[in-house]
Ligand binder design. Structure first.
Ligand code: MG
Length: 381
């Protein structure tokens, strides 16, 4: 047959809870990269036509940003189980051959991947495996029941390659039968035929526990700074103002198309500016009725998604508020807390100061409030 088209499916929808990180272990930086990027990169060569990365909804934005530099890569929302994630990906590809790979095996080599494709061409399947160096035992209730001859025991790795139509059919039968499976070879073995082994490698190990991750190497510093300034005038008949969504009593509200959260607006502009994006007027135009009375903290959440798509995440924030009135000192802590939560950074990475303008100018005369913000972003790439 002509060269079959090949899709690599990188499974990254799990939490990796055994590693004990606060986030998906595949997205934890190490060695100036992440396990996910290294796994995707292993399939980014001409023999592979498409790379589907199965991710959770929660991680999709970050994964998209990390994968933006791989033109063949796309995300697919995974399912509750590894099996469902693989099946969702199988429904999204029209390639002849699929190579299913654990995102947690970032060290897979080109030759292992090529050997897997070759095995599928010759034998309709290829499961990367290594002869076991340990003697293994089948146990029951704490007792060894049998010890298979070590020469017959292999540790299965990924990629595992199959014709997409075969694996799709196998999963449909598996779901109908209601079994649970930890890899693709077991589904294929049960419902199609015995899968063929092909060469894995020692280096192709799975990162499972925190100690499997090589010690962090400081990445080259890709931090980016941005500044944002916003001013709003008093004059809205309202007995409070909002700063970072915190309600502060005031004899007048701030005039605005949105909810008038002058502080949130300055922070949004600082973030957008640091990421090299346009200002908030571009994304939330005040000519658009959609933003009339809009919740600025919701807009801030959208800005965070925009900068994530550009490959950045907040690192720290510094905010200076100039207001002759109302008195803000009792609210600074709540404002800092709200900003830290909205940006997903520790509270000690947020600084908020407030001052008057010593009676000088419009701000000093209490006509309005001015906020300046400086945001620092780190690169996710
Ligand atoms: Mg504004």
């Amino acid at each position: 047959m002509n060269r079959p088209s090949v899709c690599a499916v990188v499974c990254a929808a799990g939490r990796g809870s055994r590693a004990g990180f606060e986030k998906n272990k595949l997205l934890v930086p190490f060695g100036g990269s992440t396990a996910l990027e290294m796994s995707v990169s292993a399939f980014d060569f001409p023999a592979i036509d498409e790379i589907l990365v199965a991710v959770s909804e929660e991680d999709e934005g970050e994964v998209k940003a990390l994968c933006a530099r791989f033109p063949k890569a796309k995300t697919v929302i995974g399912g509750d189980t590894r099996s469902r994630s693989v099946y969702n990906a199988l429904l999204q590809t029209s390639c002849d051959v699929v190579l299913i790979h654990d995102g947690a095996r970032p060290f897979v080599s080109r030759s292992v991947v090529e050997g897997c494709i070759e095995s599928v061409r010759k034998y309709r399947s290829g499961v990367c495996a290594l002869p076991s160096v340990d003697t293994v035992a089948l146990t029951d209730g704490g007792y060894i029941r049998s010890v298979p001859a070590r020469t017959r025991v292999y540790s299965l790795q990924t990629p595992q390659g199959f014709f997409a139509a075969d694996l799709r059919a196998a999963y449909e039968k598996a779901f109908a039968a209601g079994g649970s499976y930890t890899d693709d070879s077991s589904v294929y073995a049960e419902f199609i035929s015995p899968p063929r082994l092909c060469a894995g490698s020692r280096e192709n190990k799975k990162l499972t526990f925190a100690e499997d991750f090589p010690p962090a190497v400081p990445a080259p510093s890709p931090a980016r700074a941005g500044i944002g300034v916003d001013t709003h005038a008093f004059g809205k008949p309202q007995d409070y103002i909002l700063l970072a969504g915190v309600k502060i009593p005031s004899d007048s509200g701030l005039v605005a198309h949105s909810d008038g959260d002058v502080l949130a607006h300055a922070v949004m502009d600082a973030l957008l500016s640091a990421a090299g994006l346009k200002d908030i007027g571009h994304y939330f135009p005040d000519t658009d009725e959609k933003w009339a009375g809009a919740d600025s903290m919701e807009m801030l959440a959208q800005v965070r998604r925009l900068i994530a798509e550009r490959g950045f995440a907040p690192l720290s924030l510094s905010v200076a508020v100039q207001a002759q009135k109302p008195r803000l000192s009792g609210y600074i802590d709540a404002v800092s807390q709200a900003l830290a939560a909205a940006l997903g950074i520790p509270k000690d990475a947020v600084g908020v100061s407030a001052g008057t303008n010593e009676g000088l100018g419009d701000i000093g005369e209490g006509k309005g409030i001015c906020v300046r913000a400086v945001a620092l972003l780190r690169s996710l790439r």
